[in-house]
Design a protein around this ligand. Structure first.
Ligand code: LLP
Length: 383
């Protein structure tokens, strides 16, 4: 990771997202080398992690497919240059107009999450006169080791269908005229660093495949979802996630040689993005000092929503290390980026970098408190 040159940021209105394209490029090339020779692996980028148009077109140019969860994401993906047939479309609540749009552009796959949704897709496909390619999202009942808000593969989560319902649903897809069964989809959660969770998924998929085979049912291709985590504590030591370990978990454990799809979001874009803020005020509390910055939970909601800890740096000062609670201006007591953070002594106007913010940062920003949405600034745009 190259250091930040704070003087380049002086004319830009803070808070803003700074994206280092070199880091993104290195990340994408690490993915490519980790899957080289694995010709049956298809990598899709999960658009929800960051849909800044420049990020999207950069990733599309590298030949990845797109993983989308709304009509808006499909549109953004296609406008950025992703091939329509590389688009997979998941989500428990697809609207009719989104299904119609997805069919009209010819996406590669609907990841169907309920029998009710299957019927609606079949009937809309019939109206248009097309056949919809279908995978069924299966809930593998695996509790991944991650924050409960982002674990998705347990039987009590709303996602996918439970295994006992799978054989019946596959037969139903086969009996309908305007849908075609193409495969099975899984996703166990996000920010997963323990490869044993992915191995458990591979083992579960092997079991399900065996059961389907003995019932004489098709499997089609397999989509194992996303979820690879990143190092939030030390992004400089580990700017590139463990792609080799992640793909090896499937290569060594998944007993399947058909097409395998992956949907990676966070691991592709998190480390290339930094939220750049400025210190507004230093305020002395009774027991602590507050560094009040101009960025807030409206630009980066992860600390407030998941208690996420992003690395925080003062990139303007060489002062003595001092402890601060780093907080934003929004009227919520959860608008806190970190407590008791040691930073070089902070002054009004210093630049504060909040690291590893490329994923689920800009894409989850809001206008709460009538705050403007943050802009994205790219390393190749700064002189
Ligand atoms: N596929 C499906 C079906 C998903 O639901 C997700 C993420 C992904 C792929 C991509 O997962 P990734 O590789 O990024 O872990 N906002 C939260 C994360 C929510 C993840 C939602 N689903 C956060 O900031 O931690």
């Amino acid at each position: 990771m190259r250091g930040f040159q704070a003087e380049k940021f002086c004319d830009i209105r803070t808070p803003f997202y700074y994206y280092d394209l070199e880091v993104l490029k290195q990340t994408l090339s690490s993915i490519k080398s980790a899957v080289s020779g694995l010709d049956n692996y298809r990598i899709h980028y999960a658009i929800k992690a960051n849909f800044n148009p420049k990020i999207l077109s950069f990733i599309a140019q590298e030949g990845l497919g797109a993983d989308c969860v709304s009509g808006g994401e499909i549109k953004a993906a296609i406008e950025a240059g992703f091939q329509p047939d590389s688009v997979v479309f998941a989500g428990v609540g697809k609207r009719d107009d989104e299904i119609r749009y997805a069919l009209s552009v010819g996406i590669g796959r609907f990841n169907v999450e309920s029998p009710a949704e299957l019927e609606v897709i079949d009937s809309i496909a019939k109206q248009i006169g097309v056949v919809a390619p279908i995978s069924i999202r299966v809930n593998p009942n695996i509790a991944a080791h991650t924050h409960s808000n982002i674990a998705t593969g347990h039987e009590d989560n709303k996602f996918g269908i439970n295994y006992p319902d799978l054989p019946k649903l596959i037969s139903e897809v086969q009996s309908l005229q305007n849908v075609e069964f193409k495969g099975l989809h899984y996703h166990i959660g996000s920010q997963i660093l323990d490869m044993k969770d992915f191995i458990a998924l591979a083992d579960r998929i092997n079991e399900i495949n065996e059961e389907l085979k003995s019932a004489g049912l098709p499997i089609g291709d397999i989509n194992v979802g996303g979820g690879l985590g990143i190092d939030y504590q030390d992004p400089d030591a580990n700017p590139i996630p463990d792609f080799a370990g992640y793909f090896a978990a499937f290569r060594n454990n998944l007993k399947y040689d058909g097409i395998v799809h992956f949907e990676l979001g966070r691991s592709v874009v998190a480390q290339c993005g930094t939220l750049i803020n400025r210190v507004l005020y230093i305020k002395e509390g009774i027991n602590k000092k507050f560094a009040i910055i101009d960025g807030s939970m409206t630009e980066l909601i992860r600390p407030a929503l998941y208690n996420a800890k992003h690395k925080i740096q003062n990139i303007s000062s060489n002062g003595a290390p001092t402890l601060y609670d780093v907080v934003g201006p929004v009227c919520e007591s959860s608008d806190v980026f970190g407590q008791d953070i040691s930073l070089p002594e902070c002054h009004r106007g210093d630049f504060i970098a909040i690291r590893s913010a490329g994923a689920y940062g800009e894409s989850m920003s809001s206008c709460y408190n009538c705050r403007p949405l943050p802009q994205g600034v790219f390393s190749d745009e700064l002189k």
